[in-house]
Design a protein around this ligand. Sequence first.
Ligand SMILES: [Zn+2]
Ligand SMILES: [Zn+2]
Length: 571
Amino acid sequence: MKNRQVAKILYEVADLLELQGVNFKPRAYRRAAQAVESCPTPIEELVAEGKLSELPGVGKSIAEKITEIVRTGKLAYHEELKKELPVDLYALTQVEGVGPKTAKLLYEQLGVRTLEDLERAAKEGRIRNIKGLGAKTEEKILRGLAEARRTEKRELLGYALPLARQLCRKLEKTGLFRRIQPAGSLRRGRETVGDLDLLAISDQPEAAASAFVSLPEVEEVLAQGPKKSSVRLSGGLQVDLRIVPEESFGAALQYFTGSKAHNIRLRERAVSRGWKLNEYGLFDREGKRLAGETEQDIYRALGLDFIPPELREDQGEIQAAERGELPKLVSLKEVKSDLHVHTNWSDGKATLEEMAQAAQTKGLAYIAVTDHFRFSQAIHGLSEEDLERQIDEIARLNEKLSGFRILSGVEANIQRDGSIDVPERLLRKVDLVIASVHSHFHLSRKEMTGRLVRAVEHELVDVLGHPTGRLIGERPAYEADWEEVFFRAAKAGTFLEVNANPQRLDLSAPMVRAAIEVGVRIVIGTDAHALDHLDFLELGVVTCRRGWAEKKHVLNCLPWEELLAMRKRGK
Ligand SMILES: [Zn+2]
Ligand SMILES: [Zn+2]
C-alpha cells in the first residue's frame, strides 16, 4: 500500500533534477513514478518477488531506488537533492500554476515550504510582488489551491479497488466475519475514492474489530469498537469498518453505498408512503420492519427495480426503475477483448506472445495490439518497417494460437492539423487503427474541435483513443465541443474509446452516456504497457456501466470477426 508514497518520492526526484537542469533523467523518473502509481499490485510484493523491472519505465537503477524506499521508507538520493530545496514539492506542484521553478522562487523569496505557507502568501498578496510571477499567477494559485485541496486526499479507483479487496480477503481469512463487503463510492465505481467503507456481519464483533485494527496495512487506529472502527492506512487512506446485524445488512449497504442525492430521493419515496427508511431498515407507520436484510427487498418494497450501485447518482435512475426501464448494464464477463495493448515493440514491457497469453489466461478471446507509431524521440515507437514486421509476426502467432486471436493495430498520432501520421498503405494493412492526441494539448476550442473532427472523419481511423486527454487530478480534458465531436463520430462510424487506465478513465462516465445517446459505439482498451495492466479492463467496464452502457453499445462484447465488420471500412 505504499505505491503512492513511493511515487511521490520519485516525482519529487524528477522535479528536483529538472531544477538542476538535468536532461532526460527527470522524464525517466516521472515515467517510473506513473508506473508505480498505477500499478495494481502493492509495490512491496513486486520488491519481494524481484519483479520491479516488469513495470514500464523501471530499469535497474530506478528499481534499486524503489527497493530502498520500500525497505527504509526513504531514499538517500532524494534527501540529498532535497537539501537544495527543503519544501513539500510534491504537494506544492499539485497546485495549478506552481511548477518546480515557481516553487523554488517562492521558497527563496518568501520561505514557502508547505501548502499552508503558499495559501498564506497568496492571501496576503505577497506573491504578486515577486519578479516574474505577478498578480495573475497569484490569482491562479489561489484557484489552484482550492482544487488541490479537493483532490489531495482522494485515491484513484484503480488503486483503491484492489486494496479494498485485499483487506476484505485478509479479514475473511480470520474466520471472524460471516460477511464483509465494501460500500461507499468505491462500490458505485466512482473514479476517485475519499475513504473506504467496509460493512460486515460478525458473531464476534469485538474480536472482529480487533482483527481489523491489527491489519499490517494499518498505521493509525482512530476508533475501535464492536459497531464501528476507523483506521488510517500507511498510504493515508481512511478505512471505516461497520459491523451490523444481519437483518439490517441490506439497509446499511444501501445507506452507506449512497450517493447522498440518490438516498435522499429514496427516503422521500418512503416518506410519501408514510414509511421510514434508514440504515437499519424500511419501516411502516407502526414501526414494523418491511425490509432490510437485502437491498433487493428495499427497492422492491418501494416499487422499484433493483438499481445497480453504479447508477445511484440521482441521474434519472429512480424514474427509470419505477417504469421498469433501467438499462441492462454491460458486465465484465460479456467483454471478450482488450482493444488497446502495447508490447515491447514500442514502450511496453512484455512480448506479443506474453501479452496474448496473459489475456487468454484472463478469459479473453482476443486483443488488439496497438503499439505507438514513432511517438516522439524520447519514447520508442514503431517505424514503418517495424510495423510491417509486426503485422507478419502477429499473423505467424495467430497460426499457432488456438481459441485466441491477436488483431494487428497501431496507435497513430493525431497531428496538430488533425491529420494522421501513419501512411495510408499501413493503415489499410492493420486490423484496428486507434488515433490519439499525444501533443499540442492546448489549442483553442475551435481548433481542437476541428482537429478531432478531422481525425474521426478519416476513413481509416477506427477508434479515437483516450478522447478528452484528461488525467484525473492532473490535467483536465482538452477544450473542445464534445457534442460536435460525438455527433460527427457517430455519423462517420468511428468508435470512441473508454481508456481504462486508472488515471485516464477517458471517456468519463457522463461522457459515455452522452456519446451513446447520439449513437456512438464504445470500445474499451486498457492501454496496457505491462501484463498487470490487463486487470484495468474492469475499470473500463465500470466506467461504461456508470455511463448507462449496455452490451450492444460496447463492441468488445462482439466476436472479433463481427467487430471488424463494424468498422466503417468493413462495410
Ligand atoms: Zn495514447
Ligand atoms: Zn496507448
